[in-house]
Design a binder for this molecule. Structure first.
Ligand SMILES: Cc1ncc(C[n+]2csc(CCOP(=O)(O)OP(=O)(O)O)c2C)c(N)n1
Ligand SMILES: CC(=O)[C@@H](O)[C@H](O)COP(=O)(O)O
Ligand SMILES: [Mg+2]
Length: 634
């Protein structure tokens, strides 16, 4: 990092260096941080807009608090790039989200400054509250701060934390970083409340008048700054005629104030830092702050991929050739096609309309597509309610975020056999988001639930067939899981047809070794099978199981009788996954051949490309081929 380009930042390794700066130098430091984030993230893609918007509050927090002694708990953590840069990781920042490099989210194994696992939204208040209560219990003198966005504040877990905050002695500070955006537009009553509180013109005018008058009379000093903050709070109650939501939880509320004004944010933090009891500071920030394209199109620039900083042009690597669509696009367009046929079909997404392509449905049938905010539990039970009310809901949730809603799947859906179609996006290895976001567990956790059907398509045609089958060819809950990214068929738009429930397919007959696969990972196995074809096309067989539940036992019986060896391959955790279910069946039924299960081992797989992750897990084409050779004694 050149001192010419980054005169302040180049001298900072840790927050202790930052604290040596004068207050008036901080705006320049923020500018440098922003430029550095842009320089690196344009080449090594990651989450941009949130981190740009949080630069000032990050600098202010590390300036005022004695980190890492004081504890900062970041929610989601996609806004924490400035935090990473300022806490000893500047020189590795270029390795962001790459295999062996820095994680995209705070990670306690990466740094002492990262106090808690981050990646899934809304856990920061509970985690920080626990730390704050522990601190108090142990008589330690340290501050604990949770930093949470307006979108993440809508998650149920946040409310559970807020509700609990005043129950035990603690001095927790919650910093609410409110940019009035989630990835897409933020939704719901809380969002409206926060907009109202910010845009109350009378409140803002009176507050400003009071401040100006006091300043003119030279009445603003350290002593009465707190008095002004308190006065603002009472004023807000009087003028907006709304009780303050957070005060209602017995949490002292300060703000809203401009969180992109670093000096003002430092001053306020200094004022409230040592106040006793739980408190919340509401900062208004701009997502993408300081980079025009990101400010103008916050959703696109949430995680834009590679781009040219100067022009704001995103680099797409488009060769002009026809390429297969993303599974997400196929889901989105197929849902619209089905919805055209049946007005009972509706879509539900917890805050991921763009990510999962529910946007197609929202565009054509705005009344029949529901973004419920970051609320996976609610999304599942709400869908069950919709179904009870006569609709056919397609509830799309990322596989790893569905982990939040396991009880709802069982209690609110499966027991009563309610027909909801769950589309689990980002199933399997997801790439650069890493451990927190891997869709590793769904095949295992869904297969254990009675009354559930669980399937995964080999390709885009099969995704369409499964969506159609879930809607038209069965009753009760059914889950369809598919991965992040491109399919395999350029000509993907088939006429959807009904598939037999619980039936797999023989893709190639062989004599010695059978591959049993589920989902798109079958396309990798196909390459391996083709490689054997060159030498001996009788040696290996391949079966696409299609359903993890019910499993096709007829097919497995046939395989048992005709092959000496079986390799199962799934893009999911091995323990409890489809391979394990097949292994149990084979053993229970006296199979004497060899069995090898390939998939995600009993570990959390870190960030990197999906290819690197598959290789690490030994289910890339080469590893599968080697495994087959070994079992065939070749
Ligand atoms: C449980 C969970 N659901 C969904 C997501 C996907 N997600 C990541 S960031 C984000 C938006 C969060 O909004 P906010 O907290 O306001 O932060 P901002 O992006 O605006 O900085 C969403 C929906 C997630 N990480 N975790
Ligand atoms: C931080 C977060 O949880 C999301 O932004 C997530 O990274 C989205 O993943 P996709 O890029 O796969 O939609
Ligand atoms: Mg936000």
């Amino acid at each position: 990092m050149s001192p010419e380009q980054y005169p302040l930042l180049s001298k900072i390794t840790y927050p202790s260096d930052l604290r040596k700066l004068r207050l008036e130098q901080l705006p320049n430091l923020c500018e440098e941080l922003r430029n550095y984030i842009l320089e690196v993230v344009s080449k090594h893609p990651g989450h941009l807009g949130s981190s740009l918007g949080a630069v000032e509050l990050t600098v202010a927090l590390h300036y005022v608090f004695d980190t890492p002694e004081d504890l900062l708990v970041w929610d989601v953590g996609h806004q924490a790039y400035a935090h990473k840069i300022l806490t000893g990781r500047k020189d590795r920042f270029e390795t962001l989200r790459q295999w062996g490099g820095l994680a995209g989210f705070p990670d306690p194994q990466e740094s002492d400054y990262d106090t808690f696992t981050a990646g899934h939204a809304s856990n920061s208040i509970s985690a920080a509250l626990g730390m704050a209560v522990a601190t108090k219990e142990l008589g330690e003198d340290r501050n604990v701060v949770a930093i949470i966005g307006d979108g993440s504040m809508t998650g149920g877990l946040s409310f559970e934390g807020l509700n609990n905050t005043s129950s035990f002695p603690n001095n927790l500070l919650i910093v609410l970083n409110d940019n009035n955006m989630s990835i897409d537009h933020n939704v719901g009553g809380l969002n409206k409340y926060m907009v109202d509180i910010t845009t109350s013109k009378t409140y803002n005018r009176v507050r400003y008048d009071v401040y100006r008058t006091m300043k003119r009379l030279n009445l603003i000093d350290e002593r009465n700054r707190r008095g002004i903050l308190r006065f603002n709070n009472s004023l807000k109650g009087l003028i907006t005629r709304q009780p303050n939501l957070f005060e209602g939880f017995s949490i002292r509320y300060f703000g809203p104030t401009d969180g992109n004004d670093v000096i003002r944010t430092v001053e306020i933090l200094q004022d409230i830092k040592d106040m006793k009891g739980p408190k919340i500071l509401h900062l208004k920030t701009i997502k993408g702050k300081g980079y025009k394209p990101a400010e103008e199109e916050a959703t696109v620039w949430h995680a834009p991929g590679k781009f040219e900083v100067a022009s704001g042009k995103r680099i797409k690597g488009n060769t002009g050739e026809a390429v297969p669509p993303n599974y997400q696009e196929v889901f989105g367009k197929t849902l619209v096609e089905l919805a055209r046929q049946d007005e009972r079909i509706v879509g539900v997404t917890p805050a991921m309309p763009t990510g999962c392509s529910m946007t197609y449905m929202m565009k054509e049938f705005p009344q029949r597509a529901y973004d419920v905010g970051i609320a996976e539990e609610h999304a599942v039970t709400f869908s069950a309610g919709l179904a009870k009310g006569g609709m056919v809901p397609f509830c799309n949730i990322y596989s790893s975020f569905m982990q939040r809603a396991y009880d709802q799947l069982i209690h609110d859906v499966a027991i009563a056999k309610i027909k909801v179609v769950f589309c689990l996006d980002r199933a399997g290895l997801v790439g650069e988001d890493g451990a927190t976001h891997q869709g590793a567990f769904d095949l295992a956790y869904l297969s254990t639930i009675p009354n559930f059907k669980v399937a995964s398509p080999l390709n885009e045609h099969e995704l369409r067939n499964l969506m159609y089958t879930a809607y038209k060819g069965q009753d009760g809950p059914m889950a369809i899981r598919y991965p992040r990214g491109k399919g395999v068929l350029v000509d993907w738009h088939n006429e959807p047809k009904l598939l037999p429930i619980g039936k797999g397919r023989e893709m190639q007959r062989g004599e010695k070794l059978a591959f049993l696969t589920i989902g798109p990972v079958g396309n990798i196995v196909k390459k391996v099978v083709d490689r054997f074809k060159d030498s001996d096309n009788k040696l290996v067989g391949w079966y696409d199981m299609v359903f993890a539940k019910p499993l096709d036992y007829d097919l497995i019986n046939d395989i048992m009788q005709n092959y000496d060896a079986v390799i199962t391959v799934e893009d999911g955790i091995i323990r409890g996954g489809v391979g394990t279910q097949i292994l149990c069946y084979l053993m229970e039924n006296g199979y004497k051949g060899q069995v090898k299960r390939l998939g995600i081992p009993d570990q959390f797989i870190p960030h990197g490309s999906q290819d690197q992750q598959r290789e690490y897990c030994h289910f890339d084409a080469e590893s599968i081929y080697e495994q087959a050779l070994k079992m065939l004694n070749l």
